[in-house]
Write a protein that binds this ligand. Structure first.
Ligand code: ADP
Ligand code: MG
Length: 696
């Protein structure tokens, strides 16, 4: 195998800063860089020059087309390719790409979900270049990362609100930094590192299962004799076939400038993880979308299928996407790093208190931001955090917070450590062993890890919420502190008040324990168990007011998103139900009947010989009962679908899909899975969990 030179190849397909420096006139490069650093719009006077340089570079890399690449509400990315060709008078063509084409596109938006924002007669949608995310070449096209919005300016995508929220949290954080004497920082950046979990299975097995093909998860399947109980997969030796896949994937990601850093086997059999080095939230979002796309693509090239569904298999862990989040200044100071000096400590505690307040006040929004039919299987299923939002601080930081609230001095190892603005905080161990895997939102030394995010989700959503709710706390803090006569005193009082008011959201115990939901209810913390419950909160007055205040979502945009989320829930369950009913009726029932017939034939032959067919009779009876139940439930499921489809109103419809269709589907599955354990292997119509999970 040829040696892959990572240093030379990294970012080779990206129009990154280095390429810009080489290819653009000095003054243009400087202006563009300033635009990027400040998150501003590109000056049209230089757009033509940038576009031309990009085109020349892309053509050298084999590109013939360009595409505005965007992230509509489908959760996946969208692209429409135009070639660079421009005809001349003599029947030939030249390759052209103007600044206008770079900055703005006008794709037909009528077929993307808009939640009623955009009537089809007014289907115009626009895409606008986000110069803070680099353009890149892939598959013969120049990809330009863009935001997607309607004629009247409403966001039709996941990227626009994210960009807005990044501005908002930056402005709010700058106000706080100024109070601490920082006058040099120009922008605060929300940073994100998304750890991506996934399953790999053999394509040959995948092709035999309609449920995997249509829904991305198994709708049936009895557990294999072995699951994850031996803990022998997590961090285990990576099999050659998987290692080849991971190597290939890394090389492809690196060429696209994605800092793929960590890879390992995960808890469940056939489950793995890939994690990049963190980046600004919008870049991390684009890169995670690309990573997911390449994971699937590279898998196919290896005769594998990459499953990104949150719960492809019942009974073993599903896949999440831990969203590591922090705030960093443009000069590289991590604001969630406790620091060493008293000043840094106090500043850290201010940001910490802002986050605690934000998470408590808007836990419903955080929960909503990770809601999806797939993630409903994970949350609260003893592998992922429960659907209750809480914060884990760890013993050390909890001690600090308690001391602050109680007005005591904080001592660590017998040393007095803490008193806001006076003495200093202890050094928090960065890789604390004291890590709580059961918490949805955990402090991990210098960042928070939001663990509820599902593997398939576009991370723009949760990060938009995080940025906005933290911006809100910081803004309220700034409003109080900016007018204070004695800053230190005012800060101390504010921190004590904030933490006292919101400490109910802090929970350092076992989030998987049965006691926690009971305790959480006592504390008044919401427990929004299903997507339908979570989505209902989007348009609560306090939430509309929050987003309006910061201009992250307008009221119209919120209602449209809510409608899309309800609609999506119904559509997904509808597809699952149709697939399950179809598999039960046309695959499982005939297989079971054939088996039953063979059993009965043996019983008849035995009888003819004067033998007592005891086993066969027992088995035939059992199979007969289960067959009747299977048939009844399959038809009940079809009926439930018809009923749900007829319901008017997206929320009521989604509720019906949840309460009736989904639950009928579950009871159908239970019968089928029991039959699978009785019916002979050669009769079973599709690969079982054993074959799917242990065959790569
Ligand atoms: P673990 O699995 O132990 O939680 P990983 O190393 O797999 O840790 O992932 C941690 C992720 O957090 C990485 O993507 C890393 O780049 C990211 N990260 C580290 N520091 C920050 C930060 N300041 N802001 C955002 N993400 C960060
Ligand atoms: Mg990890």
């Amino acid at each position: 195998m040829e040696n892959f030179n990572v240093v030379e190849q990294f970012g080779i397909d990206v129009f990154n800063e280095e390429t810009m420096r080489q290819r653009l006139p000095k003054n243009v490069f400087k202006t563009l860089k300033k635009t990027i650093a400040e998150g501003k719009e590109l000056d049209s006077s230089i757009a033509d020059i940038v576009a031309n340089a990009m085109k020349d570079w892309a053509i050298e890399k084999g590109a013939t087309h360009y595409t505005h690449w965007f992230q509509p509400m489908t959760g996946i990315t969208a692209e429409k390719h135009d070639s660079f060709i421009s005809p001349t008078n003599d029947g030939t063509v030249i390759m052209e790409f103007s600044g206008k084409e770079l900055i703005k596109g006008e794709p037909d938006a009528s077929s993307f979900p808009s939640g009623g924002i955009r009537a089809t007669f007014e289907a115009r949608g626009y895409t606008a270049w986000d110069p803070t995310s680099y353009a890149f070449v892939k598959g013969g096209s120049l990809y330009i990362p863009t935001a997607f919005y309607s004629y009247s300016g409403e966001a039709l995508d996941k990227k626009t609100p994210l960009l807005r929220s990044m501005d908002v949290v930056s402005d709010a954080a700058l106000r706080i930094l100024k109070l601490f004497g920082n006058t040099t920082t120009k922008r605060v950046v929300a940073t994100v590192g998304a750890e991506q979990e996934y399953f790999l299975i053999d394509k040959k097995n995948y092709d035999k299962r309609k449920d995997l093909i249509f829904t991305g998860r198994t709708l049936f399947g009895a557990p294999a004799p072995k699951g994850q109980e031996l803990d022998d997969h997590y961090f285990g030796v990576i099999k050659d076939r998987v290692a080849d896949y991971m190597k290939d994937l890394d090389e492809r990601l690196w060429k696209l400038g994605i800092t793929s850093k960590t890879k390992h086997n995960e808890v469940a059999p056939a489950q793995h993880e890939n994690a990049p080095i963190f980046a600004p939230a919008n870049l991390a979002t684009d890169q995670n979308q690309l990573t997911m796309e390449l994971m699937k693509k590279v898998a196919l090239e290896h005769g594998l299928v990459c499953l990104l569904h949150e719960k492809p298999f019942a009974g073993i862990n599903g896949s999440g996407k831990h969203d590591n989040w922090s705030l960093s200044t443009d000069d590289g100071q991590n604001l969630l790093d406790p620091g060493n000096s008293p000043m840094e400590n106090a500043q850290f505690l201010t940001f910490l208190a802002a986050i605690i307040k934000a998470v408590d006040e808007y836990s419903d929004l955080l929960r909503m931001s990770v809601a999806s039919p797939g993630n409903d299987h994970r949350l609260g299923a003893n592998e992922a955090p429960p659907a209750i939002i809480s914060i884990f601080l760890g013993e050390e930081l909890q001690g600090v917070v308690d001391a602050l609230v109680e007005g005591k001095e904080y001592t660590s190892n017998g040393k007095q450590m803490f008193n806001v603005g006076v003495s200093s905080l202890p050094d928090f161990p960065k890789d604390s062993t004291d890590r709580n895997r059961t918490s949805p939102f955990a402090f991990t030394g210098n960042k928070f890890e939001f663990r509820m995010v599902g593997s398939n989700l576009n991370i723009a959503g949760p990060n938009t919420i995080l940025n906005t709710i933290v911006a809100n706390s910081l803004t309220e803090f700034a409003d109080v502190l900016e007018g204070a006569e004695n800053f230190n005193e005012a800060l101390h009082d504010l921190l004590v008040k904030t933490i006292s008011e919101h400490k109910r959201v802090i929970f350092n115990g076992n989030g998987y324990g049965n006691e926690w939901p009971v305790e959480a209810e006592k504390r008044g913390l919401p427990n929004l168990k299903s997507t339908v419950d979570a989505v209902a909160c989007v348009t609560a007055p306090k939430n509309i007011a929050l987003f309006k205040k910061f201009g992250v979502y307008s009221e119209v945009e919120l209602y449209s998103r809510q409608e899309i989320l309800f609609e999506n829930y119904s559509k997904v369950i509808n597809i699952e139900a149709l697939t399950a009913a179809d598999m039960a009726k046309t695959e499982i029932l005939p297989a079971v009947m054939k088996f039953a017939k063979d059993v009965c034939d043996i019983a008849a032959s035995k009888k003819a010989l004067g033998l007592e067919p005891t086993v066969e009779t027992e088995m035939a009876k059992k199979v007969n009962d289960l067959t009747a139940a299977l048939s009844e439930k399959a038809y009940a499921l079809s009926d439930a679908v018809v009923k749900a489809q007829a319901i008017e109103g997206e929320e009521a419809k989604a509720r019906c899909y949840h309460d009736e269709v989904f639950s009928t589907m579950q009871s159908l599955r239970a019968v089928a899975d029991e039959l699978e354990t009785i019916v002979g292997e050669e009769y079973w119509p599709y690969p079982t969990y054993d074959e799917l999970l242990f065959n790569v």
